[in-house]
Design a protein around this ligand. Structure first.
Ligand SMILES: NC(=O)c1ccc[n+]([C@@H]2O[C@H](COP(=O)([O-])OP(=O)(O)OC[C@H]3O[C@@H](n4cnc5c(N)ncnc54)[C@H](OP(=O)(O)O)[C@@H]3O)[C@@H](O)[C@H]2O)c1
Length: 376
């Protein structure tokens, strides 16, 4: 059993004397080009924050974000890139997938530790928020949903699983830095994130958009690739914009400090209800469910050239299928043999009341992908 450490803030730069160059709401979004980070960065800019966006290859897709190019695994590059920054808030939205969970733990915890070690004056930080996810409850990819099925809905109060898990190590690195430097923290656990990002590691929404587009172009059946439990059962999803709202809330509310929170849209869906609705958006029909999982990674494995042809035919801006589709991840999430439902009571009771209608998460994403000429 673990318990959340609670720290008193030792110093608050919003009220104590700080250099004049430090605006009161300056965010450092770590992983600012990812699906979580970029949607958060857009929200923070819209709310009037000064936003620095860190990535190895920062881009300029989100207007107003000040790019910071640094590798979290290269402390000298990190220190150099951060030397003039004095953020009031850090939002850690980064991860790197490794071959084993042991490696995931080593690398991903080091990324968190290196970040806080490289900040020139970490005692000026007010709050740092870390995004993890449902693998906190389900276990790491290599032992995904393999043990005793977790009791649903997932609640923040359950003890950690007795398994190596990079989320636990990232949390511990955050707690340690918060204690050492006197800032408050929050941890956010989304379910599968639906939102706009190109070239990122895990994006179910754009993966399904590519699959549906290929089905429409070729006449192939649009088959739900997941398990019977996912097809029939209740589940939920997390719009990246809903996650951004919770990150913002927790980072600026007393009730959000020093707590871990689940974050999902707030409605429940069954894939057998949602799948035909996604098909309608693309003007195709959902195929009958075959009663078993069908690997989407295999289905799309030979389609790189086909996507290049579709991109050429419609003048799309991204002809590399791998920049839009992450079928391995969609297979992992939709193939889960256990029910995945998430409890939102904790943050609701603490004052976070935002809600997102899940079909709109997909429709808004597909509309944006089309507007950006990423799908026809
Ligand atoms: N995507 C989902 O569906 C989902 C669902 C639940 C939970 N989560 C969790 O949410 C968290 C954030 O994931 P995400 O999906 O938003 O990730 P993502 O889309 O893959 O983005 C990762 C970000 O981190 C940056 N990055 C990676 N390695 C870096 C390094 N060494 N130095 C500096 N920047 C680096 C990437 O940019 P560069 O490559 O340019 O460096 C990118 O900006 C993770 O813990 C993930 O497990 C995600």
């Amino acid at each position: 059993m673990w318990s959340s450490p609670r720290f008193l803030q030792r110093k608050n730069p919003m009220t104590s004397s700080v250099p004049a160059v430090t605006p009161s709401r300056t965010a450092l979004v770590v992983g600012a080009t990812g699906i979580v980070g970029q949607n958060l960065a857009a929200r923070l800019v819209a709310e009037g924050w000064t936003v620095h966006g860190l990535a190895r290859r920062p881009r300029h897709d989100v207007a107003g974000v000040l790019p910071v190019a640094a590798d979290l695994l290269d402390p000298p590059s990190l220190a150099g890139a951060l030397k003039d920054l004095r953020p009031s808030h850090v939002f850690f939205c980064s991860w790197m997938r490794q071959a084993t969970e042991e490696e995931n733990c080593r690398v991903n915890a080091a990324m968190v530790r290196n970040l806080f070690a490289a900040l020139p004056e970490p005692e000026l930080l007010v709050h740092a928020a870390l995004t993890t996810g449902m693998k906190h409850y389900l276990g790491p990819f290599e032992a995904y949903a393999s043990g005793e099925p977790p009791v649903t809905p997932f609640r923040e109060e359950v003890p950690r699983l007795d398994l190596r898990n990079f989320y636990y190590d990232q949390e511990d690195a955050l707690y340690e830095a918060a204690e050492r430097h006197g800032f408050s923290w929050s941890v956010h656990r989304p379910h599968t994130v639906i939102g706009y990002a190109v070239g990122n590691a895990m994006n179910m929404g754009s993966t399904l958009a590519v699959y549906a587009t290929i089905c429409r172009e070729t006449g192939r059946p649009f088959v739900f690739p997941g398990s019977p439990v996912q097809w029939d059962g209740l589940t939920d999803l997390t719009d990246a914009r809903q996650l951004a709202r919770q990150l913002l809330w927790a980072s600026t509310s007393a009730a959000g400090r020093n707590e871990a929170f689940n974050i999902v849209n707030g409605d429940l869906v069954r894939w057998k209800w949602l799948w035909p609705r996604l098909a309608v958006w693309f003007g195709i029909e959902a195929a009958p469910y075959p009663g078993h999982a069908t690997s989407l990674e295999e289905t799309l494995s030979g389609d790189a050239e086909l996507w290049e042809q579709i991109a050429a035919k419609y003048g799309l801006t991204e002809s590399r299928i791998g920049r839009l589709a992450s079928a391995w991840h969609t297979d992992a999430d939709l193939g889960r043999p256990v029910e995945c439902v998430t409890d939102m009571s904790k943050s609701r009771r603490a004052g976070f009341l935002d809600y997102q209608y899940t079909p709109d998460s997909f429709a808004d994403l597909f509309t944006r992908l089309r507007a950006e000429r990423l799908i026809p």
